[in-house]
Design a protein around this ligand. Structure first.
Ligand SMILES: *[C@@H]1O[C@H](CO)[C@@H](O)[C@H](O)[C@H]1NC(C)=O
Ligand SMILES: *[C@@H]1O[C@H](CO)[C@@H](O)[C@H](O)[C@H]1NC(C)=O
Ligand SMILES: *[C@@H]1O[C@H](CO)[C@@H](O)[C@H](O)[C@H]1NC(C)=O
Ligand SMILES: *[C@@H]1O[C@H](CO)[C@@H](O)[C@H](O)[C@H]1NC(C)=O
Length: 283
């Protein structure tokens, strides 16, 4: 226990002296010191939208030629990999099924120790940790990088029912989100409603679907907006539903559905009779 703590305490000092050594060896060229290499990836997670491409860039320090190395991008275990590029050639046999046909090796800069793998048509299953490993045959170094996937879902669909007492029941549905989205209902003055939201994940796409329901006892509400947002995206999806005011609600009631056909029938009958009378007059 004490030993571990001691090692932890010394680690920062160790890495500082390592950096100093590297700086010194870099500053004095041709001093004959063994030139080890390190691999780095992006410091921040790479953000990609569902369906778009994501480039996972890694580079060597110092920036020595990587053309004759084996470059391997992988997820949890080195094999099968996301993409393997060995001495200038892709090795598709070593790819996991999820990445077959979806990756491109970008070799610009490989002579300067830099390379990327482009993942096409990003899905929810690509979200998470990646590693890239550079191996020159005797030595290997690697870096860890993160891909954060964001999915903007479909336009929310609002369905509304108003019962005889004027109680409004609305339901809002949308799918295709990643990660889990937030749902909010507001009236047209911006006042928030309390609602109940259920979420589910599609086993096929890994994307989230939401169903949110709302019950408003107040007859005077002019309408509602259902707004869905992702914690990773600034863009939101909003749908609005206008409720007819109570006076015009009669037009949507069942009474109107009976009266309208009767009215039309009477009108047709009236026209037919008028036409018949007019013809008889002329004859
Ligand atoms: C691999 O890199 C190490 C460190 O730079 C070096 O000592 C070694 O000779 C290299 N091996 C080959 C086969 O180039
Ligand atoms: C992207 O992936 C989705 C889901 O797997 C698939 O339906 C779609 O056809 C793919 N698109 C392309 C261009 O490969
Ligand atoms: C997606 O990956 C990031 C790392 O890139 C991780 O922090 C996050 O928890 C993952 N999201 C989900 C929903 O698993
Ligand atoms: C949410 O799930 C519960 C339990 O399955 C169900 O009773 C409720 O009606 C659902 N609500 C919505 C808005 O789908």
């Amino acid at each position: 226990m004490a030993k571990t703590r001691g090692q932890d305490a010394f680690r920062p000092i160790g890495s500082v002296s390592l950096v100093l050594l590297q700086l010194l060896s870099g500053a004095i060229p041709g001093n004959g010191q063994k030139a080890d290499f390190e691999v780095f990836g992006p410091r921040e997670p790479v953000l990609a939208k569902v369906g778009e491409d994501a480039d996972l860039l890694c580079y060597l320090y110092p920036n020595i030629n990587a053309e004759d190395m084996e470059l391997r991008w992988y997820r949890d275990q080195p094999s099968p990999a996301v993409h393997v590029h060995r001495k200038g050639k892709d090795v598709p046999e070593e790819q996991m099924a999820l990445y077959q046909g979806r990756t491109t090796f970008l070799k610009e800069g490989v002579a300067q120790g830099q390379a990327s793998v482009r993942i096409g048509n990003v899905t929810a299953f690509d979200n998470g940790t990646f590693h890239c490993q550079f191996n020159n045959g005797t030595m290997s170094a690697e870096a860890t990088l993160w891909l954060t996937v964001a999915g903007l879902g479909s336009e929310p669909r609002i369905q509304v029912q108003v019962d005889q007492d004027g109680v409004v029941r609305a339901e809002c549905t949308s799918a295709g989100w990643y990660p889990e989205p937030q749902v909010e209902w507001r009236d047209f003055r911006g006042q928030m409603f309390h609602s109940e939201t259920n979420v589910s994940v599609s086993p096929i796409t890994g994307l989230w679907a939401v169903t949110s329901s709302l019950t408003v006892p107040n007859k005077a509400v002019g309408g509602m907006a259902c707004s869905i947002s992702s914690p990773l995206l600034t863009e939101k999806k909003v749908s609005r539903h206008h409720l007819p005011d109570p006076a015009s609600r009669w037009f949507q009631s069942t009474a109107w559905k009976i009266v309208l056909p009767l009215f039309l029938a009477a009108a047709i009958l009236g026209a037919t009779v008028a036409c018949f009378l007019w013809k008889r007059e002329r004859a």
